[in-house]
Design a protein around this ligand. Sequence first.
Ligand SMILES: C[S@@+](CC[C@H](N)C(=O)[O-])C[C@H]1O[C@@H](n2cnc3c(N)ncnc32)[C@H](O)[C@@H]1O
Length: 230
Amino acid sequence: MGAEESPNQNAAIRQVRLVVERLARDGSVVARSDGAEHDVFPVAISSEEGEALRRWVLQEGAEQTLEIGLGYGFSALHICEGLLLSGNLAARHVVLDPNQAERFGDCGLQVLEDAGVRRLVEHYAELSEIALPRFLEEGRHFDLGFVDGNHRFDGVFLDLFYLGRLVRGGGVVFLDDYNLPGVKKAVSYFVNNRAWAIEESSTVESEHQWVVLRTPAEPSQGDFRYFVDF
Ligand SMILES: C[S@@+](CC[C@H](N)C(=O)[O-])C[C@H]1O[C@@H](n2cnc3c(N)ncnc32)[C@H](O)[C@@H]1O
């Protein structure tokens, strides 16, 4: 934790923590939009993964973060907590989720509101394959990306392709569900052909394995004849 947090910042960090702990304890949330009760787990990431995610946001000193797949907002809460702990007033977290209203009863946005971090968050109700190329066209840049969206090889491959251009050189991409074959295969392409490095992966056996990748400092297309099967 940064040593120079103001009383306001401390209060903001405490508010996020209380919501994270409430969700972890209750395992459910009631949508204010329609009164329906939602089980948060196992759709959401685990607390152990959330802690790793928060640690990476903090240790990278991330200011601009991007998340594919808001869902119940449990991962977003940990990312926002990391941003608050970094103490960077310009911090912003961009989240994509085309199904937030219909499938999740807006619970992800609701928990961010309850945690007092909604003001940090920019939500787009769009698929990543639509939003990411636009962010690229707009010249947006991020320090860290978190992927927990489509989960199929082609979807994850596309997300990583665009994140390779949107995340700064030497930045971090954190992926959930590394145990899924499509996710693992997509990661394998970027590690074997694009010089991305695996920095850390989960050690606890759980439904949600995760992996942390670092993009190359100097992104390069490489020779078009170079290809390593993956
Ligand atoms: C497993 S949930 C994410 C859970 C979230 N990480 C949490 O901790 O609460 C997957 C999310 O990805 C969204 N999603 C699926 N495909 C997507 C895509 N192509 N672009 C953006 N979001 C997508 C779903 O609507 C859902 O919100």
